[in-house]
Design a protein around this ligand. Sequence first.
Ligand code: 9MR
Length: 369
Amino acid sequence: MKRALTLLTALLTSSALTSATLAAGPTTLREAAGDRLLIGAAISMPQIEDPKQAELLTSQFNSIVCGNDFKPLYLHPKPDVFNFETADKYVAFAEAHGLKLIGHNLLWHSQAPAHLFQDESGKPLPREQGLANLQKHITTIVTHFKGKVIGWDVVNEGLADSEPYLRSTPALKSIGEDYIQKAFEFAHAADPDVELYYNDYNIEKPYKFPKALKLLKALKDAKVPITGVGIQLHCQLTEPKTPAELEAAIPQFAALGLKVMFTELDVDVLPRKASGADVTAKEQGANPYTAGLPADVAEAQGKYYASIFQVAMNHPGVVTRVTTWGTDDSTSWLNDWPVRGRTNYGMLFARDLSPKPAFADVMKVLTAK
Ligand code: 9MR
């Protein structure tokens, strides 16, 4: 009798809890997004090794991308050396926790080994040699991760900020303009099932959007196997026009038959001159919030974040993923770019991993009827 009573009490309590949870609705980003949107985070080792970080990651997010450890410099440091040891730890973590993994990246002008496209004196390799190196590089890496990543940023930041079209990179100088097309073709040949993306910053902005459209249209016209375009979205509170520009850009990318992803979202609250994410930018700048983020700034950041997620929700089936470039404020690259050593607050979670006002604002957007 006593046992039956205990059981009954337990049942009542658990069903009461369940209905309370149901009435309160989703409590995490991934629950709130459901299957409408992948919610991603860029991570590094601490996020999978530190139990608290890992708990935040796996409860809030359903996809990951490595901020650094999949880059060509680390996976392919020397012509005949490929190193998958660290990267494979993320694969194991993603598999253990049912997270989708995205590979970032196969080709970039930064964090890339010189041997791919330059001789020892720094001169561009002849086209045929550059192409052969690109093919080996991409084939080896994509084959290694076959069935383990859902998609690859195949070419990262190939468009120029100031020149009229493509960025002048070692790959461009060795192979020529079709290096982008070839990169996608080699990746597709190695894994016909994996999604392939072009990823860049500021391509929603008027100065760069036409270049992006030109490139993506040329790739589609040439029947290049590209699945989607990643708009990075390294935003600033002081650049409030982004959502309108984003709204306008998305249908035009979608009209080419591309999925659209917001791949590196953060909202910088500190003053900076550099727009986007030019890694070479270095500045001096104020560091006003070392003692904490003022409530009004946190509130403004929340509104900004919400407006970006709202744009994603406005394009169901087209915008398929929103990835924040980090998880919490302490691990964000914004603490060191473009000014070194500042206390920045670009993410949805605070340094103690608690949700910031922006988290609640994003949840409101994701759960709105
Ligand atoms: O988050 C990355 C940071 O830890 C590195 O120091 C930086 C080096 O270039 O790269 C960062 O990630 C970049 C990404 O790979 C491409 N878009 C811009 C990102 C921020 O620089």
